[in-house]
Design a protein around this ligand. Structure first.
Ligand SMILES: [Zn+2]
Length: 300
């Protein structure tokens, strides 16, 4: 089962979030029919989105929506995270799931080449009830995902941050996936920084740690060099779940406007809409479309 957990290290001067997302990323791979390169891209993206969700979401009505568009061959990557009780629920999509590029010279998947770096990372937090929102927009650095979010934390939040994300793939699917975010609070000392730098230089990669079945608490200890970490949230679960329903797509049809809707009724006589996050199909017959048109007349 996949987990995402918050910790404090260095007597509260350092925040850490760790996630193990192997099953989640493999589910995303199958659902969206991803290639190895897009599995790595969307897997890294889903992992950091889930960790940011645990950090930023305060109540059940909050939605954290993150979009990366680097104008590369994959097109946009979008994630939406919400919280239900203690469980983080995430959905993700990608414009072009079948993109595959040759390996880079170092033998790694070319995520940056596939996502592109000529665009933006956009983070929107919105509360469905109060409608208040926060919006953070930063230019992409490399399209490799971890570097782009590190830049976001430095520029937009003025917080020195280490982001590590990993997706290890073999011929059977995702073998290990996960990540961590280490953030220095304003009162972090020079010794704290040196301790963490030393720990990180000696730590195996995050996918190695997860392959070795290390707990998230172990991982937090290893990457900070602090044995006395404090667990802030005890192993909340993270899973894939889309919250789409017929009503949402009906609203989508209404937002097209009467002219467009009339055109659909005349040209095809029906509409079938596929949810990009879960592939669920919603069919609207001619009668149903005409009902929606009538409702729009009533609203006016
Ligand atoms: Zn859906």
């Amino acid at each position: 089962m996949d987990r995402v957990t918050k910790f404090l290290a260095c007597e509260g001067r350092v925040n850490i979030v760790c996630a193990s997302t192997t099953d989640l990323v493999d589910e995303i791979r199958v659902l969206h029919d991803l290639t190895p390169t897009t599995t790595a891209a969307l897997g890294r993206f889903a992992t950091i989105s889930g960790m940011m969700g645990l950090n930023d979401i305060k109540d059940d009505e909050d939605r954290l929506t993150i979009q990366i568009n680097g104008k590369g061959p994959t097109g946009s990557l979008i994630s939406v995270v919400r919280l239900e009780g203690l469980t983080s629920k995430i959905k993700v999509c990608i414009d072009n799931p079948h993109v595959e590029l040759p390996l880079k010279e170092n033998g790694k998947l070319d995520v940056g080449g596939a996502v592109g770096n000529n665009g933006f990372l956009n983070i929107i937090k919105k509360n469905e009830i109060t409608d208040t929102d926060y919006n953070g927009l930063v230019p992409l650095v490399s399209g490799e995902i971890a570097e782009d979010f590190t830049e976001y934390f430095a520029k937009s939040k003025q917080t020195p941050t280490v982001v590590a994300l990993g997706v290890l793939i073999n011929k059977d699917g995702v073998k290990a996936a996960g990540g961590y975010i280490i953030q220095l609070m304003p009162d972090a000392t020079e010794e704290d920084i040196q301790r963490i730098e030393k720990a990180l230089s000696e730590a195996p990669s995050v996918t190695t740690l997860i392959s070795e079945n290390k707990s998230l608490e172990d991982i937090a200890r290893i990457v900070t060099g602090d044995q006395d970490i404090l667990v802030l949230a005890q192993d909340p679960e993270i899973k894939y779940e889309c919250d789409c329903d017929r009503e949402k797509f009906e609203k989508g049809l209404i937002s097209l406007g009467k002219e467009e809707l009339n055109k659909i009724i005349e040209e095809t006589g029906e509409a079938e809409i596929v949810c990009h996050f879960c592939n669920e199909k919603y069919h609207f017959s001619k009668d149903e479309l005409e009902d929606i048109l009538e409702q729009m007349d009533e609203i006016e």
